[in-house]
Write a new protein. Structure first.
Length: 271
């Protein structure tokens, strides 16, 4: 028997018509049953999921964006980590390519039955590589068709996580790899939208500067502008079980997220 088996495809993908790809690497919730049996009861709820982002970004098709969506939980394999599992934030606590603990630092594996290197490699081959091959292929297609393009890496996280940061996070955390992944003028425009959104707070390159996807694929010199948005989940959903989407709450922030994506498209389509 293989070290890792799954019956779910590694991603869902919808191809759009305009020069924008929206990536959602942490929305997946699937854990193959044989793996879930090794998890703690808490981990089986996959609490560190970027819940409901497809619903929050339900305007993506109207904008003509391509959309790439993960299917498996980040507890299976984290698509926004380097394949060699290097720490993207040296000196800071992070979770790995195949995490062994939750954001609350509780164990994922009930009996300490941690994945070894062969199992990690099997998960990477089954899910990580197909997702990134599709991401690269769509960027290549968009680049050939449009010249200047954008990649938007969509994320959300609980607003208070003492393991990673003090206090409450800003609501709209934009990351451009400290200016390396997109044009500074575009980043400034996006920060302006976030900062002027009534009732919300925004920051650029704060605690979240962009993960592997933003840093790996953003290349403004080649006309590929990549931005990560890490949103507080309290802006649109319940942050604790049952992690419900809250439509009336989400209706407040959704227009501002849409304005950011419209600004991204305006920027790249004028190039």
């Amino acid at each position: 028997m293989s070290l890792f088996q799954t019956t779910e495809p590694p991603f869902r993908f919808r191809q759009g018509s305009r020069p924008l790809l929206i990536s959602m690497p942490h929305v997946g919730t699937h854990v193959p049953p044989a793996l879930a049996e090794r998890f703690t009861a808490q981990a089986r709820h996959v609490p560190d999921t970027d819940w409901h982002l497809e619903r929050l970004y339900d305007f993506a098709d109207e904008l003509g964006a391509s959309v790439l969506v993960a299917t498996h939980s980040r507890y299976v394999v984290d698509l926004n980590r380097p394949p060699d599992d290097q720490n993207l934030y040296p000196g800071q606590d992070t979770t790995g390519l195949c995490p062994i603990d939750t954001f609350d630092k509780t164990p994922i594996y009930a009996a300490g039955d941690l994945p070894g290197e062969p199992e990690i490699a099997a998960r990477r081959d089954a899910i990580w590589h197909p997702y990134h091959r599709q991401l690269q292929a769509e960027l290549d297609r968009l680049k050939a068709a449009h010249g200047t393009i954008a990649l938007w890496d969509a994320h959300s996280i609980r607003s208070v996580l003492p393991r990673f940061f003090e206090g409450k996070l800003p609501d709209l955390n934009l990351g451009s790899a400290n200016g390396a992944s997109c044009d500074p003028a575009l980043a400034a425009t996006l920060l302006g939208i976030a900062a002027s959104a009534p009732g919300y707070t925004g920051v650029l390159n704060g605690r979240f500067k962009g993960g592997y996807i933003t840093r790996q694929y953003g290349n403004p010199a080649r006309g590929i502008h990549a931005v990560q948005l890490e949103m507080t989940q309290c802006s649109y959903m319940q942050e604790a079980l049952p992690f419900d989407y809250l439509p009336e709450v989400a209706a407040g922030v959704q227009p501002h997220v849409r304005r950011m994506l419209e600004a991204v498209l305006t920027f790249v389509e004028q190039r």
